[in-house]
Design a protein around this ligand. Structure first.
Ligand code: SR1
Ligand code: MG
Length: 408
């Protein structure tokens, strides 16, 4: 039994951990040295707790509201169950790509997990001009393993249906339905851009073809229960650590509270869209070589995904109609989805609530062109995905637009 606590604070986290028997071997709760609140996300409280021997754990607690906005936007704490269960499902399929969950406390809506302080948030690393080789491929492999293993390709169809039922995550999905697919086009009072980009935001909202594409993608997001997706796999949901001597490189997805059974392309598109936004920052700053490297991440993720998924294909549970020609069709459709979702993610991060530091931390004169380039690229990608959805095409197209629109 764990001790009952309300919202955890740096003062109460140690006492809370002392009540969790299963972490007794991982940290000395009697000799806590530091407790640091590090939650820089939009929703939760996150603490790093370190003992006097230097051993540490992360304690994450879901607040009953959206932290970014405050108690006036209540939000289900059930989301922490989705995070704990999805992390455990991912760990069974691709353990090296997620933090270890040591303890999940349903009553206190708390997860105690591995501390990844020797990693950094990938978005922060990219914004600091670091190039983490191999991370994009790692995430492609991660998405492929989870996609195959949690779908009816890799899971018995009855078991999969129960998993679909447990994964229903209406409130968190609603955030995405509103913020990603709807509000950039139909302002609910949460949109904001700098004055110089108001014309770009207006053009976006008035682009009837774009809006129709977003409608089609929202429908797909809401109805297409292909696999247990992460649901928010942007570069701020990935931790990276470079190889160093004997220590190998490490890439881990975390923060999976948006997980549910949805379209696999949504996770790939989140990565792609965020790579393109990172490239927009690099071009705006005149770091063209790094921008070119960043654009190459789209292909790297896709190639790793494709290779890994194909390697699992011989293990599919029902090869009677899930044939090789079906696989080709399936992968081609996934790519079209991924491109569409990338476009949706790009537009929302410029216009709507919860923006990306990549663009927000640029000086305003550079930000104007970068934001314009991201929006124009999103509109072209949403259309052109039907004729060419390859990472190469998206990267070339976006690279050209970003060079044209930059305001230097
Ligand atoms: C109100 S939550 C805003 C955003 O934060 C999360 O990271 C998701 O991307 C969500 O859309
Ligand atoms: Mg998050």
């Amino acid at each position: 039994m764990t001790q009952h606590v309300e919202n955890l604070t740096p003062e109460t986290v140690g006492r809370y951990l002392a009540s969790v028997e299963t972490v007794g071997d991982l940290i000395d709760v009697e000799r806590i040295d530091t407790v640091e609140e590090i939650g820089d996300g939009n929703l939760n409280l996150v603490f790093i707790v370190t003992d006097l021997d230097g051993r540490s754990l992360v304690v994450k607690q879901a607040l009953p509201y959206v932290r970014l906005v405050g108690p006036e936007w209540p939000m289900t704490i059930e989301r922490i169950r989705h995070e704990a269960e999805s992390l455990r499902a991912y760990a069974a399929l691709s353990p090296e790509h997620v933090p270890t969950v040591h303890h999940y406390d349903e009553g206190e809506h708390v997860i105690v997990m591995e501390d990844l302080s020797d990693h950094q948030v990938w978005r922060h690393a990219m914004n600091a001009d670091e190039q983490h080789e191999g991370a994009a491929g790692d995430m492609g492999r991660f998405v492929a393993r989870v996609a195959f293993g949690t779908s009816v390709f890799g899971m018995h169809h009855q078991e999969q249906k129960h998993a679909v039922a447990r994964s229903i995550n209406p409130e968190l999905c609603e955030i995405t339905e509103d913020l990603v697919f709807t509000e950039p086009y139909v302002d609910a009072g949460r949109n904001e851009v700098i004055p110089a980009n108001e014309i770009d935001a207006r053009e976006l909202a008035e682009d009837a073809e774009m809006v129709a594409e977003m409608g089609a993608l929202k429908w797909r997001f809401m109805t297409c229960a292909q696999a247990l997706i992460h649901g928010d796999l942007h570069t701020g949901s990935v931790m990276v650590r470079a190889a160093d001597g004997d220590q190998p490189r490490s890439t881990k997805a975390f923060d999976s509270e948006f997980a549910f059974y949805g379209p696999i392309g949504f996770d790939l598109g989140a990565l792609w869209g965020n790579y393109l936004i990172a490239a927009a920052r690099a071009f705006a700053l005149g770091h063209d070589d790094r921008a070119a490297w960043t654009l190459g991440l789209l292909d790297e993720t896709w190639r790793a995904f494709d290779t890994e998924f194909r390697s699992r294909w011989p293990e599919r549970l029902d090869p009677r109609v899930y044939t090789d020609p079906m696989l080709e069709r399936f992968l081609a459709e996934l790519q079209v989805d991924a491109a569409g979702f990338a476009a949706a993610k790009m537009a929302r991060r410029i216009v709507g609530l919860a923006k990306n530091a990549d663009i927000e931390t640029l000086p305003e004169d550079l930000r104007e062109g970068a934001a314009r380039g991201v929006l124009r690229s999103a509109r072209r990608i949403a259309r052109e995905r039907h004729s060419d959805a390859s990472g190469t095409h998206l990267a070339e197209l976006t690279g050209q637009i970003l060079v044209e629109t930059r305001t230097t």
